[in-house]
Design a binder for this molecule. Structure first.
Ligand code: SF4
Length: 98
């Protein structure tokens, strides 16, 4: 249903017949870590997140996984083997003409 308070007219899964069913009955404003994120939008209570109603919670256990301005650096074995896979693909898939 459409939000009637923070973002009037915006489709939101938290809005029901009783109003906003999210904790405290409303979205919460963005936190300092959200600064620069493309998902920050202006609501009637201030700047809120278009993807998650409680931005502060997205940062409690690390970097927000919805953030557009920061990227999680994942260093795994897979990233190391990627160039190999790529070169294998390149040699196997090359040579269209026979
Ligand atoms: S996506 Fe994450 S970083 Fe961006 S505004 Fe929302 S909570 Fe903040």
């Amino acid at each position: 249903m459409q939000c009637q308070t923070v973002l009037p007219g915006t489709e939101c899964t938290f809005w029901g017949k009783q109003g906003c069913v999210f904790s405290e009955g409303s979205c919460q404003v963005v936190v300092e870590n959200c600064e620069g994120c493309e998902r920050v939008i202006d609501g009637t209570i201030g700047r809120v997140c278009s993807s998650y109603p409680a931005p502060e919670k997205k940062w409690t256990s690390g970097i927000c996984n919805f953030a557009t301005h920061v990227k999680v650096e994942i260093k795994t074995e897979e990233t190391k083997t990627n160039p190999l896979k790529a070169s294998k693909k390149a040699s196997g898939g090359g040579g269209k003409k026979k």
